[in-house]
Ligand binder design. Structure first.
Ligand code: FAD
Length: 299
């Protein structure tokens, strides 16, 4: 409490941003406005998700390729093992390599039917670790993988989940990006457990700026992410007050980021949901400022 708010931030934080591929022209416009707003902050990379069951294969590719072509930011493509053979996935990865994309976020993915048990596609990659090993054989990609501070719902326990993360790292992943979480201590406990399990690669916290509390509660339940009572209390009565809600959302995400920074975190990954404002504000509070040269390029 002795340090004034955000005064201890030295401007040495680095960020990355995650987007999803747009479905309509309007969504495409929103995405590009967001990319142009966030690009001058000089993110380490931006990544584009891959829809369930490979449904966005073309759109993910088009979005990543456009970012790679039109901005100075390294673009990463998410890729999953769902509903595809190894040969099909390898072909997608080869297309990325040929388009100049050097970073893949390698994931197992979820079953196409919500709630169903995951089954490996005949002739497909078995899981994310298997996909990482496959990608490594193809090209010297930079590879990020997923990590779960509160344990993946399919995992019997956190020890099993950490073993799985270690397998992904040993297969050749560069870093892990975490599922979103709401308490800084959740991340710190996980970081310590990962270190104790011999995982020394970078673990980047995934920050989800919560705008719509009801939908975040739904998503959190699906991902095994605990929603603290204080969060419900902070969003109480704000359903019809979008502007106030946005300020509260920014405060919560900024406070989480500040605590993470105070605990030694310097790299942050933002789930932007294709909206720039909240992520931009939090980056600003973290001491990150637009770089004039990148601003000109974005314009
Ligand atoms: P894995 O690491 O392969 O494992 C998932 C679980 O299965 C773990 O609990 C593990 O312990 C268990 N498991 C794996 N292999 C075995 C084995 N051989 N035996 C026993 N248990 C095993 N989904 C998308 O569809 N598209 C995206 O773009 C996307 N992006 C994401 C980005 C991030 C940063 C994160 C955190 C998640 C993302 N997801 C995405 C969600 C992800 O696909 C799901 O969480 C999925 O259920 C697990 O994927 P994974 O790569 O973590 O799987």
């Amino acid at each position: 409490l002795a340090t004034p708010m955000f005064a201890d931030l030295a401007g040495d934080a680095q960020v990355s941003f995650e987007f999803f591929p747009p479905k309509t022209e309007k969504m495409e416009e929103t995405l590009w406005e967001s990319v142009q707003t966030l690009a001058p902050l000089g993110p380490r990379f931006v990544s584009v998700t891959y829809g369930a069951g490979g449904t966005t294969r073309e759109r993910t590719h088009a979005t990543v390729a456009r970012i790679a072509k039109e901005t100075a930011i390294p673009a990463a493509a998410h890729l999953t093992c769902v509903e595809a053979t190894r040969a099909e996935i390898d072909a997608v990865a080869n297309d990325y390599w040929d388009a100049g994309v050097r970073h893949i976020v390698a994931l197992r993915g979820d079953p196409p039917t919500t709630g169903a048990k995951y089954a490996t596609h005949p002739g497909g990659y078995e899981n994310a670790a298997d996909l990482v090993a496959g990608l490594r054989k193809l090209h010297p990609f930079e590879i990020s993988v997923a990590a779960y501070p509160e344990c993946h719902p399919d995992s019997p326990d956190s020890g099993h989940d950490l073993d799985n993360l270690k397998r992904k790292m040993d297969a050749g992943a560069t870093r892990a990006i975490t599922q979103f979480f709401h308490e800084a201590d959740t991340f710190f406990r996980f970081r310590d457990a990962a270190a104790a399990a011999g995982i020394d690669a970078e673990i980047v916290p995934g920050i989800m700026p919560v705008m719509n509390f009801a939908s975040v509660k739904r998503m959190s339940a699906m991902c095994n992410t605990a929603v603290p009572a204080w969060m419900g209390h902070l969003f109480e009565g704000l359903d019809d007050h979008p502007a106030a809600r946005q300020l509260v959302a920014a405060t919560i995400a900024a406070e989480l980021s500040r605590r993470l920074y105070a605990g030694g975190v310097r790299n942050f990954h933002f789930y932007t949901l294709n909206r720039a404002e909240l992520s931009y504000a939090i980056c600003h509070l973290l001491g990150i400022r637009a770089k004039p040269a990148l601003q000109e390029k974005a314009a």
